[in-house]
Design a protein around this ligand. Structure first.
Ligand code: ZN
Length: 297
């Protein structure tokens, strides 16, 4: 285990306990989440060392929270993914004028999103740490996929769009990764970052059972202000925050499972969370942040 002595966001050295959560999908172990006393950032601490972390990911295609005994959740996950792949493509297509723009998907998994984009004319590349997922992406879809450390070898000012779909919360070297993303993003390019939001209603309702804490795989538990400050530090600006409404349903269903609750309540909690967020700005269960270089934002 690695114990962080400094806040990954502000480098402050004093923390208070925030929550203890269980790993419900792989190990059954408990992990502490702490809150930085200086900036309020919440992160899993201690956390498995970089080498040990991979044993907390299920093998093969890491579809988060995949569990064969929980067929309903799995089916729902796949249905949602089919729908969201297309809406993700629509979103990035709206960010560029040239249909053959350059796309980097950081944490591309088995490459379904990249494959769709490539088929629509994008020059698409991916980075993925899981060798099995990487193999699917390269062999099944013929995609160009490297390991995340290879980001250092990607050219400066290159990609028109870089996407991180529920990935930033998994990245051990947070500031270094943001630095590299910034370096390889084109001057007019857009970074698209989707992360869970621990200030959402469903997060408060489910508490330690909230599925998007997903310890120890989720190392950081972002609030919208944390995302802004993270990119501000690297002279980048959040230009838009958009809701990912379907996540509330999926996360609520898993959360009910984790606490052996009443599954039929999940859609009601999710619906309430969405309605609540209509009155509380940027408080959706998961959100998508559009980020640009500071001088063009
Ligand atoms: Zn801090």
């Amino acid at each position: 285990m690695d114990t962080l002595s400094h806040c990954p966001l502000c480098q402050g050295g004093r923390f208070r306990p925030f929550r203890t959560c269980r790993d419900h999908t792989v190990s059954g172990e408990s992990f502490d989440i702490v809150e930085c006393k200086a900036c309020g950032f919440r992160f899993t601490n201690p956390r498995p060392s970089a080498d040990a972390l991979e044993q907390y990911y299920e093998s093969e295609d890491y579809t988060p929270h995949q569990a064969t005994s929980q067929g309903l959740t799995d089916t729902l996950y796949r249905a949602v993914r089919f729908y969201t792949l297309r809406s993700k493509h629509r979103l990035i297509a709206s960010l560029v004028s040239d249909p053959s723009s350059r796309l980097l998907d950081f944490g591309c998994g088995t490459g379904e999103f990249l494959n769709l984009c490539q088929s629509r004319g994008w020059a698409a590349r991916g980075l993925e740490p899981d060798p099995t997922a990487q193999k699917v992406a390269t062999q099944k879809y013929g995609l160009m996929v490297d390991t995340p450390d290879q980001i250092q070898t990607l050219p400066d000012d290159h990609f028109d769009v870089i996407t991180l779909w529920h990935v930033l919360e998994h990245v051990p070297e947070l500031l270094e990764t943001v630095e590299q993303l910034k370096r390889t993003l084109a001057p007019e390019g857009t970074l698209v970052v989707a992360v869970p939001n621990c200030t959402a209603f469903d997060a408060q309702f489910y508490g330690e059972y909230w599925a998007a804490y997903d310890v120890p795989r989720h190392l950081y538990h972002f609030r919208p202000g944390d995302v802004r400050r993270l990119f501000d530090q690297k002279s980048m600006t959040v230009t838009d925050i958009r809701p990912m409404r379907l996540d509330a349903f999926y996360v609520s269903l898993l959360s009910e499972q984790y606490r052996n609750g009443w599954l039929l309540r999940a859609p009601l909690v999710a619906l309430y969370s969405i309605l609540w967020a209509a009155r509380h700005e940027h408080r959706h269960s998961a959100q998508l942040y559009l980020i640009r270089h500071e001088d063009v934002a």
